[in-house]
Write a protein that binds this ligand. Structure first.
Ligand code: UDP
Ligand code: MG
Length: 348
């Protein structure tokens, strides 16, 4: 499955800090890339780095790189990433010119990664670094994608939980590529999968659905999410709603079909109602009075038409967005010189 056995690679390239800078081509030896999107995570970055480093150095003993993607943070996150890069050349940083959102930050990290396997994880320590070992083991068993889904998050309130369940229900009702509730972007992907992901040019990106769309051999592993170490969750209701809309619209045209059914139901209903009125008029000679019915019908029809237009409009907007062919994200700054040379242009 994997042409070069990761285990033997790990043996031939022991990852001692003294040796790693002597490799003529650092790309060739990187087995594992860790991609971390960060948005105002100044208090978490250092600890995350320590934990990831410990797990990989002590338990896996493979060569690795950690790519932090700063999604337009307004705190000291970027300075901290630069500091880490000066201390440890295995840490790289990309800095967006503004906030482009979590999904695109992960995408940028994947685009820049060189490892034979790539793990994406959040920067707030909610995705326990200790699980990296298990994920890599599963990959070595022959899986191409290892998706982690959370069984519980202690911190989450009732409302957020409810909305998240509802969001998954909506996505899975409409979408042709259902996703597992509790899914996040804590995931290992084989190089082959990452290369395919890099080819996808889509702005409204929902990586979880995309990975399912790609196929390959996918393993699902449950885990208990930890509490966010420091700082506040950045996912606002609006951002989450946008994800749900993406999850439905990018993977299915079912809403358009739904609109047709809705139209048929409304048209059928009004036909039936006019029949009733006609019969009443024939039998009782009675004409309906009252503007209330008319007003209600106008409102009902108006509302329905607006909804329908909205759904169609959303698809048109997506066509428009993608037809502009703008880059999905803009990298303003990167750490190190070699990195810039080997990073693909962010054309996505
Ligand atoms: N994040 C990001 N850009 C954003 C929002 C969040 O890169 O606009 C990062 C954030 O720093 C964290 C991860 O995405 O590493 C998950 O974000 P958060 O913890 O806010 O979301 P939640 O845990 O509620 O899903
Ligand atoms: Mg979080």
């Amino acid at each position: 499955m994997h042409p070069i056995d990761p285990l033997s690679m790990a043996k031939t390239h022991p990852d001692s800090p003294s040796q790693q800078d002597e490799h003529p081509d650092p790309n060739a030896s990187v087995l594992l890339s860790i991609v971390v999107p960060v948005y105002n995570e100044e208090e978490n970055i250092e600890l995350l780095y320590q934990r990831v480093k410990e797990v990989i150095e002590n338990r896996l003993r493979v060569t690795f790189e950690i790519i932090f993607v700063d999604d337009g943070s307004r705190d000291a996150s970027w300075q901290i990433i630069q500091g880490l890069n000066r201390r440890d050349s295995r840490v790289h940083g990309l800095r967006f010119s503004r906030n482009f959102g979590h999904q695109l930050a992960v995408k940028a990290g994947l685009d820049a990664s060189v490892g034979r396997a790539v793990i994406s994880m959040d920067g707030d320590l909610q995705h326990p670094p200790a699980l990296i070992e298990r994920m890599v083991d599963t990959w070595r068993e022959g899986y191409d994608t290892v998706t982690m889904f959370k069984t519980a998050t202690e911190e989450v309130g009732f409302m957020k939980n409810f909305l998240s369940i509802l969001g998954y229900k909506i996505i899975n009702f409409f979408s042709d590529f259902p996703i597992q509730p509790g899914g996040s972007d804590f995931r290992l992907m084989d190089r082959q999968v990452v290369n395919q992901l890099k080819c996808l040019r889509e702005d409204q990106l929902l990586l979880r659905s995309m990975v399912n769309w790609l196929g390959f051999r996918i393993a699902h592993i449950p885990y208990q999410a930890e509490k966010r170490f420091a700082g506040r969750a950045q996912y606002t209701f609006r951002k989450s709603l946008a994800l749900v809309v993406s999850g439905v619209m990018s993977f299915s045209t079912a809403p358009l079909r739904f609109v047709i059914y809705l139209g048929m139901a409304v048209a059928g209903g009004s036909f039936f109602y006019s029949l009733v009125l006609f019969i009443k008029w024939l039998t009782h000679g009675e004409m309906v009075q009252g503007w209330l019915t008319i007003v209600l019908l106008i409102l009902l029809m108006g509302g329905t038409i607006l909804i329908v237009l909205g759904i169609i409009g959303e698809y048109v907007a997506r066509i428009y967005e993608n037809s502009k062919q703008r880059p999905s994200y803009i990298i303003q700054e990167q750490t190190g010189q070699t990195r810039a040379a080997r990073t693909d242009p962010p054309k996505v």
